[in-house]
Design a protein around this ligand. Structure first.
Ligand SMILES: [Zn+2]
Length: 495
């Protein structure tokens, strides 16, 4: 691109002429660029998965309608990412009057300073340029946010001294919203904003007139206002003033990934797994599935508070910690390559417990115990996917005739493989996990451990901290073979 115009006179000729941009609002700009992107088949929200048929079409409609809008969703549903992604629909740069705190449009300045300047300097008025990522302002709403923070403040003493009228813009210290002029202003957790500020926002959306300390101030700002909120807080009576709700053009609901596969692709994208260093550290697919399934189990669990939700950050940080646990073992054992195991998921519990809120029943049980139970359930479900029709009778029998296996947390792969190999019939099942006899010890032992974990999750064998894996205790006179007793439903089959 050739050099950008440096003053108002230069700006008048070319693509930023008065005719082209004087009346072009931010929302019109977003609309035009969105239309162009769609016509050219460009991706709209890079890196956002699972929203192609739900959230994204609604955001497109809101943008085409030039609406202010709100995303309603639980935590960890990519709301902030989507709002930041709107920056991609802005022009690469826009001109403003150099030095203006509120980035005045060169043809329609709001502030007195700029109007005075144009009156005296005319076409020589210097122009500066605003890049698109400077045009996104984000604020987390909290109850202590004030009108001064958000909209601005007036200084009555200064006004008196300079002999200006109190409503004169010269005496305003601009807050966040005016500074977002000609850009996008995102307010997260809108219901936490005090009613008084909501009124201020509404006034700006409505007329551009707002009262500061009782003085009327005209601020006809050009902004797209976008919000996020927890759906229950937003709909709770009295949390949002009705006229503000009325002015929000669209309410768009976000959601968690619909399938484990979708969740896994988000987690794979967002987690830091490309570790530097000389060791090859890998996380097998079945481990990634268990990690993702933990989040799905938690979202369904009655002991977990559904109103606050279970963030996608749970599987993301868990996966990172799973990998770190494997990495730690590799470094300590001086292994050149190591593969994450189910036990690494248990080691990652510290990255799970802060990611969900518990109901009373859950509180009694404790977050760590809940996490353990979620992992067990997730391992069981993942195991069922891979081994729906497998026969594990030989493995179970090995334990029933007294076999026990304790896996020390930091056992090297070779050590562990030696132990696992003693279990009859276990290794013939590894192929279902895509593991072959020629694969290295780390790959094989991780897969074998996963099978034992799955059998434990389905109560086919037992496991404890002290003993490791051992036989499931026989309960009373239960028949050895369900076929001996046709009147009774066979227990769940995995053999
Ligand atoms: Zn100005």
């Amino acid at each position: 691109m050739s050099a950008l115009p440096k003053n108002l006179g230069e700006l008048r000729h070319g693509q930023w002429s008065e005719e082209k941009i004087a009346e072009r609002s931010v929302r019109q700009e977003l609309r035009e660029n969105l239309v162009r992107k769609m016509e050219e088949g460009e991706p709209l929200f890079a890196g956002v998965h699972g929203y192609d048929d739900t959230v994204i079409p609604q955001i497109v409609n809101a943008t085409l309608s030039r609406h202010h809008f709100i995303l309603l969703g639980l935590r960890g549903q990519a709301k902030s990412r989507i709002l930041r992604g709107l920056v991609g629909f802005l022009d690469t740069q826009v001109p403003f009057i150099a030095g203006c705190e509120i980035h005045d449009n060169p043809y329609r300045p709001l502030c007195r300073v700029c109007r005075d300047r144009i009156a005296t300097e005319g076409d020589a008025t210097p122009i500066a340029w605003l890049a698109r990522d400077q045009r996104f302002v984000e604020k987390l709403a909290t109850p202590d946010v004030t009108i001064a923070d958000m909209i601005g403040d007036v200084d009555p003493i200064k006004a008196a001294r300079t002999g200006k009228n109190l409503s004169d813009e010269l005496t305003i210290h601009y807050g966040l919203l005016p500074r977002a002029n000609r850009g996008i202003f995102a307010i997260n957790e809108l219901p936490d904003l005090a009613g008084k500020i909501q009124v201020g926002l509404f006034n700006i959306m409505q007329e551009g007139d707002v009262q500061i300390k009782g003085y009327p101030v005209r601020l006809a700002l050009d902004v797209l206002l976008v919000f996020t909120a927890n759906p229950e807080d937003y709909t709770a009576r009295g949390k949002i003033i009705t006229p503000l709700k009325d002015r929000i053009g669209s309410e768009i609901r976000t959601h968690y990934p619909a399938t484990v596969a979708e969740g896994m692709s988000i987690t794979a994208q967002e987690s830091w797994t490309a570790r530097e260093g000389k060791r090859r550290v890998a996380v097998p697919d079945y481990i990634r599935e268990v990690v993702e399934e933990v989040a799905f189990q938690a979202r369904e669990d009655k002991r977990v508070d559904r109103r606050s939700g279970v963030s996608q950050r749970l599987p993301i940080s868990t996966l990172e910690n799973v990998l770190s646990s494997a990495e730690q073992r590799a470094i300590r054992n001086r292994d050149s390559s190591i593969v994450a195991r189910v036990s690494d998921i248990y080691s990652a519990i510290p990255s799970m417990t802060g990611k969900f809120e518990l109901e009373y029943e859950g509180e009694l049980r404790g977050a760590e115990n809940i996490a353990r139970e979620l992992i067990r359930a997730a391992a069981g479900k993942t195991f069922s996917k891979y081994f729906a029709n497998a026969n594990f009778q030989a493995v179970i029998q090995w334990f029933e005739i007294g076999g026990e296996l304790k896996i020390p947390a930091h056992a090297s792969s070779a050590e562990l493989l030696g132990q696992l190999k003693k279990i009859q019939g276990l290794f013939e099942h590894l192929e279902a996990l895509g593991v072959r006899a020629k694969d290295d010890a780390a790959v094989q032992s991780s897969a074998a451990e996963f099978i034992l974990e799955g059998l434990w999750a389905h109560k086919r064998i037992n496991r404890s901290e002290e003993r490791g894996f051992f036989a499931e205790a026989r309960k009373g006179p239960e028949p050895r073979d369900p076929r001996e007793n046709p009147g009774r439903a066979p227990r769940r089959q995995f053999n």
